[in-house]
Design a protein around this ligand. Structure first.
Ligand SMILES: [Cu+2]
Length: 351
């Protein structure tokens, strides 16, 4: 298909950044590697079939439907008091094309809504439990007593508490009801951006929440799948996603301009897998650890721990398609991959 990067082509691109640099720098070594018996088992030949990157046979950059969940960050806040009312309810969630999951949610979506406040703002929060089991809320951005605020809310009950955002960064929020691993694995998490009082430099901003899905067998006439507890304990997800849907920004690339500042707010909800965040073809100008303090400069890849958040600033040097991944490539293969589209590259994507 002319003008479209096939999944195979993208995999070749991704594989290119995996190869040892010594191979390119030393032709003799390269020849000996090619001649070594058994090497084909280590390095697949180009004609080998690609891994099922999108799990849905969707061509990269050729969306057949609107994106499930946009990645654009909400604007900086303009109010000092944020009244947030969130309902917990169980809802069906499309993890990948044709894969429907019996999710537990904040607000009927996975991840829950993204919120944005500024240091000094107050959050006036109410959780309303519309589900048939207890749920709760834990804001990592809040500094309050869990024994008072992060308590179970029974079905058809509600709970109110407030806090003042004191520390800038990008923070996870999640249900903290035991077993927490199940409540997170089922979809009860989201991101809260806390801006510093002095705004960060202007940039095109995206929010990515990485998370995993562990699928049990299909059940019922409509083949809905729910959590496989043992697979979760074994750290063996079926899908690893950005914003709840496998590879959705491969089929729906994020458009940016060449050279413009781009900022990713990345939260890793887990519940188990560390994210090794990397943009192929770029070096991060700045990485703010947990979104606060003096940034690291000139970073190729940086980990986002489970339950943590990082802010990544990057610029793309020339027109083209730039994959962003968790460089733990098993997870990229399972859906933790997307594309940035810089400018309007010829031979690029048609989105
Ligand atoms: Cu819950």
């Amino acid at each position: 298909m002319r003008g479209v990067l096939s999944p195979a082509a993208v995999l070749v691109l991704l594989a290119a950044c995996e190869r040892p640099s010594s191979t390119a720098a030393d032709p003799a070594r390269s020849r000996s590697q090619r001649a070594a018996p058994g090497d084909t088992a280590k390095m697949p030949e180009a004609k080998a079939p690609p891994a099922p990157m999108s799990h849905g046979e969707a061509a990269v950059g050729m969306p057949s439907a609107p994106v499930e969940r946009g990645a654009e960050a909400p604007p900086r806040s303009t109010t000092k008091v944020h009244r947030i009312r969130l309902e917990t309810l169980h809802a069906r969630h499309a993890v990948a094309p044709g894969v429907t999951y019996d999710a537990w949610t904040f607000g009927g979506q996975v991840p829950g809504p993204t919120y944005r406040v500024t240091v000094g703002d107050s959050v006036d929060f109410t959780i309303v439990n519309k589900a048939l089991m207890p749920h709760s809320m834990d804001f990592h951005a809040a500094e309050i007593a869990p024994s008072r605020a992060y308590v179970n809310v029974m079905p058809n009950d509600s709970l109110h508490f407030g806090f003042r955002a004191r520390t800038p960064g990008v923070f996870m929020y999640h249900c903290g009801t035991a077993p927490v691993a199940a409540h997170i694995a089922n979809g009860m998490y989201g991101a809260l951006v806390v801006d510093p009082v002095t705004p960060r430099p202007k940039a095109r901003e995206f929010v990515l929440v990485q998370s995993e899905f562990y699928l049990g067998p299909k059940t019922g006439a409509d083949s809905v799948q729910s959590l496989d507890w043992q697979r979760m304990l074994d750290l063996a997800p079926d899908y690893v996603t950005f914003n709840g849907v496998a590879s959705q920004y491969a089929t729906h690339p994020l458009q940016v301009d060449v050279g413009e500042p781009v900022r990713f707010y990345v939260v890793n909800a887990g519940p188990n897998r560390v994210s090794s965040f990397h943009v192929v073809g770029a070096v991060f100008d700045r990485v703010y650890l947990d979104g606060f303090g003096t940034p690291l400069r000139g970073v190729q890849t940086f980990e986002v721990p489970v339950g943590g958040g990082m802010i990544f600033d990057v610029r793309l040097a020339e027109e083209g398609i730039y994959p962003f991944v968790s460089h733990a490539f098993a997870d990229a293969t399972k859906g933790a991959v997307g594309m940035l589209r810089a400018g309007n590259p010829s031979g690029g994507m048609s989105h």
